[in-house]
Design a protein around this ligand. Structure first.
Ligand code: SF4
Length: 195
């Protein structure tokens, strides 16, 4: 059920001009999925297709993500999918520190509404930002992926479970089995917390 505050947050994101990324975007991409939702998956930033369509993970990485979700038995429409910054950085460069900071209020308000039990940052970049947000000492994605960390949001415990970014399958095919392992562990963990 989406309430007025949630609709207002989405409108604010879609018309946001808090940082320079608003100047080059076609569409801001707030994210999509149920609200509230036990699992929130967070990528780095929208890419070209996402910018064109205003929806998260609809490009090549999205196809890989959909396949892994399907193989893992997690319907895409049962997870909330978004990114650290909601607008596409030019030429898909990494978001800058001030852009992340400007967009962090949107992400925090989303988390407050979605109330996830598990946050799944996808890839090195998102994992670094989420670790820092929750005051967790991180590490390289090759060391932290598929492991469970615990944080707190508004006094409630939230689990942080970083995975490799789905795009690794195209950039670094040998990591496919690592990504598959991450999703299998994620599913196992979700079934445990849902018992
Ligand atoms: S990236 Fe975030 S802060 Fe920057 S304009 Fe887009 S929605 Fe606003």
């Amino acid at each position: 059920m989406h309430d007025d505050e949630w609709d207002s947050l989405n409108s604010q994101i879609m018309t946001c001009t808090r940082c320079r990324l608003s100047e080059s975007r076609t569409n801001a991409v707030p994210g999509e999925g149920p609200v509230p939702c036990p699992i929130m998956m967070i990528g780095e930033a929208p890419g070209e297709k996402e910018d064109q369509q205003g929806r998260p993970f609809v490009g090549r990485a999205g196809t890989v993500l959909n396949r892994f979700l399907e193989e893992t038995g997690l319907p895409r429409d049962e997870v909330f999918i978004t990114s650290i910054v909601k607008c596409r950085p030019p030429k898909n460069r990494d978001p800058k520190e001030d852009e992340i900071h400007s967009c962090s209020g949107h992400l925090d308000r989303q988390i407050a509404h979605i109330k996830p039990r598990v946050i799944v940052p996808m890839g090195r970049f998102a994992a670094g930002v989420i670790f820092s947000r929750f005051g967790i000492g991180g590490g390289k994605i090759s060391e932290v992926h598929g492991k469970l960390f615990r944080g707190a949001f508004d006094g409630d415990e939230v689990m942080i479970f970083p995975v490799y970014h789905p795009a690794v399958v195209t950039h670094n095919p040998p990591l496919r089995s690592e990504l598959a392992g991450d999703f299998a562990r994620l599913k196992e963990m979700l079934s445990r917390i849902n018992r």
